[in-house]
Design a protein around this ligand. Structure first.
Ligand code: SAH
Length: 361
């Protein structure tokens, strides 16, 4: 039994079966999520005999760090392993105003997006709620120190490996645990979930009051091209996807963010014509959401290059001229395979400051 990933109710049920009073459950909750402890030995406020009883049937944490890579821009990539030996990657992105942690929802990914390196792994398996929470605990501890309060209200993005909406249940459970004021206290308003377009889940999210922000990956303005770049489009084509987006947009409350992501592939989906088609498409569906333009992060053997900055700017201006707000995302951590679409359990980057486990300890 993996205790990280259990909520307050489940923890109190567990301590009850061990014949302990309910406040022990709250103690463990605080140890796991407020103090961010990853082993029973560190929970010194629990009696030794109780810790031994816990250790007999459960473990506090399961992920183990394999390597940590630090980019020249300060971005950190953690390559971890699950108890069954599968890779999990998490990225810490320091920013001027507010840091961001990018976590994975699956080991590998079943979607075959042609421009993404994670796709080459295929799906290994969906992560549990505990494995999702643990990634965040680990990154927070590494960045700020064990249990140290996050200094500037760190943001989370579910934009690592995997399709979060194919991990919907564990993802939502993890988000509820992380939102608890007695624990990590990272509320949904500080979380953004990105989907390649699992339409039924977009509709479902539109009905959930306490939900994270949503981002949709588009990558192409026509079905013909999106079918090739993102095969999920054959299941849920643009008309269906954007109808669900429209519904979602109508459900937005003040202050909620809803964005599109558009990866820019040199000479593939980045012409003036593509920009006009994209703007017309969004306008036709009455969508006001902003478009984040992401220059492609190259990686062998992906057959794409990033759009040159001048054309990215031109593309952005063409969108703006048609009333579509656009923003160019700066790539982070490219040198250590930590940028969007580069997570594939690579052992090193081009110029890595790699620290393996024994170097860290
Ligand atoms: N499966 C989800 C979550 C992954 S988020 C989704 O598709 O939204 C990763 C984001 O990075 C997506 O917007 C994706 O389109 C983009 N991306 C994937 N590979 C990329 C690459 N090589 N360079 C830049 N962006 C990429």
């Amino acid at each position: 039994m993996h205790l990280t990933g259990l909520n307050a109710v489940e923890l109190s049920a567990l301590v009850e079966t061990l014949g302990e009073p309910p406040y022990r459950g709250r103690q463990i909750f605080g140890a796991l999520y407020r103090r961010r402890l990853r082993s029973f030995e560190e929970m010194m406020d629990l009696p030794k005999s109780f810790r031994a009883a816990l250790a007999e049937r459960a473990t506090a944490s399961t992920l183990t760090l394999e390597s940590r890579y630090i980019s020249e821009d300060g971005t950190r990539r953690y390559l971890m392993k699950t108890h069954d030996g599968l890779p999990v990657e998490t990225v810490f992105i320091p920013e001027e105003r507010r840091d961001t942690i990018c976590f994975s929802s699956q080991s590998g990914c079943p979607l075959q997006c042609d421009f993404c390196l994670t796709a080459k792994l295929g799906l290994l398996r969906t992560l549990t709620a505990g494995e999702i929470v643990e990634q965040v605990v680990f990154a927070l501890n590494d960045a700020y120190g064990v249990g140290v309060k996050t200094p500037r209200g760190t943001n989370l993005v579910a934009m690592g490996a995997g399709e979060p909406f194919l991990a919907f249940e564990p993802l939502m459970k993890a988000l509820r645990i992380m939102a608890d004021p007695a624990g990590l206290y990272i509320v949904p308003n500080r979380v953004t979930v990105s989907t390649a377009g699992v339409v039924p889940r977009i509709r479902e999210l539109a009905l959930i009051p306490d939900r994270p922000h949503l981002a949709i990956s588009l990558a192409a303005p026509t079905d013909e091209q999106r079918d090739v770049l993102m095969p999920i489009n054959r299941k849920w084509p643009l008309a269906e996807l954007l109808a669900a987006c429209r519904e979602f947009e109508l459900s937005l409350k003040p202050g909620e963010r809803f964005t599109f992501e558009y990866v820019m592939l040199d000479g593939v989906n980045d012409s003036d014509e593509h920009a006009r088609k994209l703007a017309n498409l969004l306008n036709r569906h009455q969508l006001r959401a902003k478009v984040n333009l992401i220059p492609h992060n190259p990686a062998d053997p992906l057959p794409y290059r990033p759009t040159p900055p001048a054309q990215v700017e031109r593309f952005k201006n063409l969108l703006e001229a048609k009333g579509v707000h656009a923003y160019v995302r700066r790539p982070r951590g490219r040198d250590i395979y930590a940028a969007c679409g580069q997570l594939a359990a690579r052992r090193s980057g081009n110029n890595p400051q790699e620290q393996t486990l024994h170097q860290l300890s």
